[in-house]
Design a protein around this ligand. Structure first.
Ligand code: ADP
Length: 858
């Protein structure tokens, strides 16, 4: 419905000269009837939702006020919009406006305002007259005579005086006597008038402070003399308001000042020259500062070049370069970096300069920047780089660096020599393009491996085009790769020859039961036999040519490595045991140096080592036991000594009281009592003997005894004299060899002789003639003595037993004794490192042997 209504309204409106539109309370178009386009130039769509003030030349506040006013008023209001047509012409619109409170819509009906102009023809006539020209200008025009009296003036002049000074100008008024004008103002004008009367044509700008009451603006005063017969009879004056122009100029001046200010303070040297003349227009402080000269020194282009480039050759070079670049007219070429210049004090500086030509203005802007620090740093870096390069050059190995795409970034001299290419040919070039055959070798694979793993790789490879064996080491680097390499062809040839030589000896080497390997002087494997392959868990084919320390890198600092080095260094055979803790094998190794390196024989001695270890452990255990035993023996001996010593006293008491009993009650006691007493006395005696012997046994070997060189003949005769009684009791045939002189203890040998000879006499059959032979012999380490008797002899089963304490083969009634004699002998001899033993058969006599070491160790 609404739309239908709108269409029918549109039709009506199309017949009307009026246009209609509605606005919201803010003045935005809501609805515009179609016929508006014809009048306004805008289509309805272009206006809707946009504010009417945007389309009018009316004061915006006025429209705001109008909108407010309409909302408060019920009646229709007339307003004249000065609508701006789409073609930008002004279009006065006489508009009736009404506000509808309910809908809050402002309804407008507008019509183009027609000026009524009945005197159209008269107007053109007026416009054609000069008076009209004079009176219709805003400029003030007047003339004066020689007495400064006003001759004529235009309408604007009259209006201005009236409105500003409330003064009614009239002909004849003295222009220098008009009231309210300041003296200063009048003075300015008097000067101007006077100068003009003298014939000068004046054209001058006067500032507004001349007289604020009459001229608030800048004016351009133009004074022209009026001549009559070459005499000046008056002046025509003309004043134009140039405030607007001045404002623009002022703004321009301010802008210029701002620019000047910026230029003065930017950290960039700026100078402006006129291209055609070379004359300088402007230069900021920074410009002269940067060049290290005073402003006046650089004013002229020629002076500039002479000062900044004092060396004539360099100067000419620079002039040619700069002028040449400028002549191309190409802005991109007018840029010179890191130019060396000389300051007034003679110092060297570096600058970046750039020129910007403004050809239309015939101006050249030169900018300059101090880059001395930057250049110096650059030089330092270059020097550091050169130093680094020197270091790299001094590496005796060939060395080159590649970027991540395998392009050369550096090569030292050795590398250039080995690759037979110079630096210029290779830098920046791709390795595989320059040496395509490389991609067919293992090299490429290693390089890719390093790239992937970021771990270094070392390997040897043969490069067919060069017929060279290379030893290569590729290190990953931040930029790509660092590659060290050397020519090892010679070594390889020797190695190969050696290998061949060894191969020839193969059978012999393989037949060696030991493992065998050979290395050259750099420890590269030349040969391994099968046994070595097995023991080292290493295949010959994988080992030959490779370095021993690459394969067994964990043994690099081991004893084995030290021993090998010693073998090579001192040219001596080294034999040692070595535990390989990775293979978990003990090796016995013998390294034989040769002209070409080392021959190494080795056996697995793990088993022996284990055995040895067990033995050592056992020994240790044994030592512990022995020590314990010794300790307990000592304790026992001490006990025996104390016991026997302390028993002597009560025993003596028993014997003496028994004796007293016997003496005092002799005859009073019956035979039985007498026999008992005899038993007791006898027992006490025996006990005493046992104690004495025990004491002796415990003492034997415990005392510190002085060893001395003893003539055993003498010692023996001493003992025989002690045994005199026993010897004379029986018939004894004693044969003694001439005895040697021996380093021994006197008491010890006497005791031994005494016991053995005593026994030889004792253990005989009754009434038997006794034959005793004493002889000796010696071997490397011992003197061995023999005491041979023809007595009762000893059953073989007791040959050991008789040397133990208290061991007797007979009852005391048949042979007296305590069973300690031989034990004492054994203890003494053992102490000095000797021994005692017997050879005997029952009824065939006995031979007691004892030995004394020639070198006694206590
Ligand atoms: P003792 O003579 O005090 O009994 P020994 O230690 O001197 O103690 O001797 C131990 C035993 O060895 C003797 O009891 C004796 O049986 C035997 N014996 C020692 N010497 C001889 C010898 N020359 N001929 C035969 N038997 C001997």
């Amino acid at each position: 419905m609404v739309e239908e209504k709108a269409i029918s309204l549109n039709k009506i409106m199309a017949l009307s000269q009026d246009i209609a539109f509605t606005l919201d309370i803010s003045g935005n178009f809501i609805f515009v009837y179609e016929n508006c386009e014809e009048l306004l130039g805008y289509k309805a769509d272009e206006l809707i939702h946009r504010n009417i003030s945007k389309f009018t030349a009316n004061n915006k506040n006025e429209i705001v006020e109008l909108l407010k006013e309409i909302q408060n008023s019920k009646s229709v209001k007339n307003y004249s919009f000065l609508f701006i047509h789409k073609n930008e012409n002004r279009l006065p619109l006489k508009t009736k406006i009404q506000f509808d409170k309910n809908t809050e819509i402002i309804y407008c009906l507008a019509r183009k305002e027609e000026f009524e102009d009945p005197d159209n023809i008269n107007k053109s006539q007026i416009l054609q007259s000069p008076i009209s020209l004079i009176n219709n200008t805003n400029n003030l025009i007047w003339s004066i005579d020689k007495d400064y009296k006003l001759l004529a003036f235009n309408k604007s002049m009259k209006d201005r005086f009236k409105s500003n000074l409330y003064y009614d100008l009239s002909v004849g008024v003295n222009m220098l006597e008009i009231p309210h004008l300041t003296e200063e103002y009048l003075k300015i004008w008097k000067d101007l008038y006077d100068r003009c009367f003298k014939g000068e044509e004046i054209n001058v700008e006067i500032a507004p402070n001349g007289n604020p009451e009459i001229e608030e603006a800048w004016i351009l005063a133009n004074l022209t003399p009026i001549y009559e017969d070459k005499n000046i009879i008056g002046l025509v004056c003309h004043s134009t308001d140039i405030t607007h122009k001045k404002q623009i100029e002022n703004e321009q001046f301010k802008r210029y000042e701002l620019i000047q200010n910026i230029i003065d303070h930017i950290p960039l040297g700026v100078a402006v020259n006129i291209i055609s003349t070379g004359q300088q227009v402007m230069m900021n402080k920074k410009f002269s500062e940067t060049y290290g000269w005073e402003e006046k020194d650089l004013k002229d282009v020629n002076a500039f070049f002479e000062k900044v480039y004092p060396d004539p050759t360099y100067r000419h070079e620079m002039i040619a370069k700069v002028m040449g670049d400028i002549a191309t007219g190409d802005v991109n070429k007018m840029q010179w970096n890191e130019i060396r210049v000389t300051t007034k004090t003679g110092d060297t500086k570096y600058i970046d300069a750039k020129n910007i030509p403004l050809s239309e203005l015939d101006l050249m802007i030169s900018t300059v920047q101090d880059v001395t620090e930057k250049v110096k740093t650059k030089f330092e870096i270059q020097k550091a780089l050169a130093d680094k390069k020197n270091i790299l050059e001094s590496i005796s190995d060939a060395f080159y660096a590649l970027d991540k795409d395998y392009n050369f970034t550096y090569l030292n001299k050795s590398a250039q020599k080995l690759l037979n290419r110079n630096e210029n040919e290779l830098l920046g070039k791709n390795l595989f393009k320059e040496f395509p055959e490389l991609s067919e070798t293992v090299f490429k694979g290693y390089l890719e491996k390093v790239k992937k793993s970021s771990k270094l790789a070392q390997f040897e490879f043969y490069f067919p085009p060069f017929k060279i064996w290379f030893d290569e080491c590729i290190y990953p680097s931040k930029e790509g790769f660092s590659i060290y390499f050397k020519d090892i062809t010679e070594r390889k040839i020797i190695q190969e020859e050696l290998e061949n030589a060894y191969e020839k000896e193969n059978e012999i080497l393989e037949s060696i039961s030991d493992a065998f390997l050979a290395v050259d002087n750099d420890y590269n494997f030349i040969y391994l036999n099968k046994k070595a392959e097995k023991l080292l868990n290493l295949q010959k084919t994988n080992a030959i040519g490779r370095n021993m320390w690459d394969i067994f890198d964990y043994t690099k600092d081991s004893i084995a490595a030290k021993e090998y080095n010693l073998a090579i260094k001192n040219n001596e055979t080294r034999s040692f045991d070595f535990y390989n803790d990775v293979l978990k094998v003990w090796f016995n190794i013998r390294a034989y140096p040769s002209k070409n390196g080392l021959s190494i024989y080795f056996t697995d001695i793990t088993h022996e080592k284990e055995h040895q270890k067990k033995l050592e452990a056992l020994n240790l255990k044994l030592k512990k036991y022995t020590k314990k035993l010794e300790e307990s023996n000592q304790e026992l001996e001490q006990f025996a000594y104390i016991a026997s010593h302390d028993l002597q006293e009560p025993l003596r008491m028993v014997s003496s009281f028994m004796e007293q009993l016997q003496n005092k009650y002799e005859g009073q006691l019956d035979d039985k009592a007498q026999t008992y007493i005899n038993f007791a006395v006898d027992g006490a005696k025996r006990m005493r003997q046992i104690i004495i012997d025990l004491l002796e046994y415990s003492r034997a070997g415990n005392q510190e005894e002085n060893l001395e060189q003893l003539d055993f003949n003498e010692e023996l005769s001493e003992v025989l004299s002690l045994l005199h009684t026993s010897l004379t009791e029986k018939t004894v045939d004693l044969n003694v060899d001439e005895l040697p002189s021996v380093l021994f203890s006197k008491t010890a040998i006497r005791q031994v002789f005494h016991n053995l000879i005593g026994n030889a006499i004792k253990y005989t059959l009754k009434d038997q003639s006794i034959k005793i032979d004493i002889s000796w012999k010696e071997d490397k380490r011992f003197f061995i003595f023999r005491i041979q008797d023809n007595g009762i002899g000893i059953d073989e089963k007791y040959h050991d037993k008789i040397f133990q304490i208290f061991q007797r083969l007979h009852s005391k009634s048949s042979y007296s004794g305590t069973g300690l004699g031989l034990a004492i002998c054994k203890k003494i001899l053992k102490k000095y490192g000797g021994d005692i033993w017997v050879e005997s058969k029952v009824g065939e006599g006995s031979s007691f042997f004892f030995s004394i070491p020639k070198k006694i160790k206590l």
